[in-house]
Design a protein around this ligand. Structure first.
Ligand code: CS2
Length: 491
């Protein structure tokens, strides 16, 4: 085959095709993005290959038609391509039975949720999709989307609104509920989704809320597989290698880890068949992953972006940065953790460095930098809070927080504009505009209760450390600040 070089040539190629009949859907999944496809859909597909009982998935996108447009022309089948410098493996995934865009098809989604055939509703809606106010530890009642859904619960637009509407119909019709499985990077994600669902339901009908609390299961889960956004070049590479045009292709590392709290009231997929771990309690796994992986990912995203690095692999190919990350694990992150059964924290982090170095995965710092206000608390701030309580040094993480604060101004250290994507981006811009000095700006950001827990907001030690790190960054830039910090810490 001659080399495919452009979009027009690509589109002449065949699309992937379904090899087997469609499977009856028993799972509904909200959030059909790349991570869902590389992880939930791929692993369920793996389970289906190994079991006579099959679990089909109805995927739901709340607003965007993007994924629908990519998958509809190929009967919702796509390729999941795992890449490393030495291995390439491709899996054609056919666990998605159907995909709907809720905004255009509210009634379909509500009807499917009311139908007892759907046993599990899983979620990859990202942190902000939960509308969880982490300061008040409740549903964010002041968010306009939640206000709208509460006023109009029969015509929801948020995932929480849909879950409650579906459960309500089951409750009113005396049907068995579905189980809600969160697959997002939040600590105690099961408890968080339970809390927001209950807060919402409570406003509608107290007895209904009681029924949920007694009958609905919300297992927590820890999810892990590095999956960058698919680039057009990936689609071209795939076409050249396999002769198919697959606009829904996902690229990811071979590694995966899915640890699920084994709390399902009725039948569930035989997750174990695909190497998924079923455990009594996932808390330690979640904490390990959020702090070791996501914490350093975010540190690399902000410091790396400000240093001019495009991808995580580029960042850790710089020795100074790699040493800094090793330092974070050894001195500031691992000391706050208890190892989950079967894990060795040092081995876990060493393996992580190898995963970051994977040259076949181009995971952009800009992509990971998105939604920092929603990510920082569980990834970095809780770790710092623990360190502070034990009077331990947190200077390494302080530099990462300062880098986020700098990044949030929307202007990098050379004066170039940054495309900041964050639900609080407007607040950051207003604060930056109002602040007369950098110091004022940092101080006002540190006042944000939606981001910083009270303990940190009130700690003069914390505020001073962030101010100092921010000054260092502004004076020396990202790489030299890391260098200076490491020299100081090694003394
Ligand atoms: C990343 C995660 O984008 C991000 O914020 O830190 O998506 C990360 O790649 C996954 O959690 C890995 O499992």
């Amino acid at each position: 085959m001659s080399m495919i070089l452009n979009e027009a040539e690509l589109k002449k190629l065949p699309r992937p095709i379904r090899k087997k009949p469609k499977i009856t859907p028993k799972i509904m999944h909200f959030g059909p993005g790349a991570f869902f496809r590389s992880f939930v859909a791929s692993l369920i597909d793996d389970v289906n290959r190994r079991d006579v009982k099959k679990w089909g998935i109805i995927a739901v996108s709340l607003n965007s038609e993007d994924t629908f447009n990519k998958l509809a022309g190929q009967d919702f089948v796509f390729n999941s391509w795992s890449l490393s410098s030495t291995k390439k493996r491709v899996q054609q995934v056919s666990s998605i039975s159907d995909l709907h865009v809720a905004k255009k098809d509210v009634q379909f989604v509500l009807d499917a949720l009311s139908d007892e055939q759907i046993e599990i509703v899983s979620l990859t809606i990202t942190e902000k999709g939960y509308y969880y106010n982490s300061d008040k530890k409740e549903l964010d009642f002041r968010n306009q989307n939640i206000i709208d859904d509460l006023e109009n619960p029969e015509n929801p637009k948020t995932a929480v609104g849909f879950l409650v509407a579906g459960l309500r119909s089951r409750y009113l019709n005396r049907k068995a509920p579905f189980t809600i499985l969160s697959c997002d990077n939040l600590p105690n994600n099961g408890a968080v989704i339970k809390k927001v669902v209950l807060d919402f339901a409570q406003k509608l009908d107290a007895n209904f809320a009681k029924w949920i609390s007694k009958n609905v299961y919300f297992p927590s889960s820890m999810v892990d597989r590095i999956t960058p956004a698919t680039a057009s070049q990936d689609i071209i590479n795939f076409a050249n290698e396999f002769g198919f045009y697959d606009p829904a292709l996902v690229i990811h590392e071979e590694f995966f880890q899915w640890v699920i709290e084994d709390k399902f009231p009725s039948e569930r997929p035989q997750f174990e068949l695909a190497g998924i771990q079923m455990v009594k309690n996932v808390e330690l796994h979640e904490k390990m992953k959020l702090r070791c992986l996501n914490g350093t990912h975010s540190a690399l995203a902000y410091l790396g972006y400000l240093a001019g690095f495009n991808t995580i692999a580029e960042c850790v190919s710089d020795k100074k940065i790699a040493n800094y990350i090793l330092y974070l694990w050894e001195k500031e992150i691992i000391p706050t953790l208890e190892a989950p059964e079967g894990e060795d924290l040092n081995d876990y982090c060493n393996e992580l460095l190898g995963r970051y170095q994977n040259p076949a995965i181009e995971h952009r710092t800009w992509q990971i930098a998105m939604d920092g206000s929603q990510k920082l608390p569980q990834r970095i701030l809780e770790t710092v809070d623990d360190l502070l309580k034990h009077r331990r040094s947190f200077q390494g993480l302080a530099l990462a927080i300062a880098a986020w604060i700098k990044y949030a101004t929307g202007v990098d250290l050379n004066g170039a504009t940054i495309d900041v994507r964050d639900p609080l981006a407007n607040d950051f811009a207003i604060i930056a505009k109002k602040s007369k000095t950098s110091e004022h700006y940092v101080d006002s950001i540190l006042d944000l209760s939606k981001v910083f827990p009270e303990n940190l907001r009130k700690s003069s030690i914390f505020r001073e450390a962030i101010q100092n790190s921010h000054k260092l960054l502004e004076q020396y830039g990202s790489l030299d600040s890391i260098k200076k910090l490491m020299v100081a810490l090694e003394k």
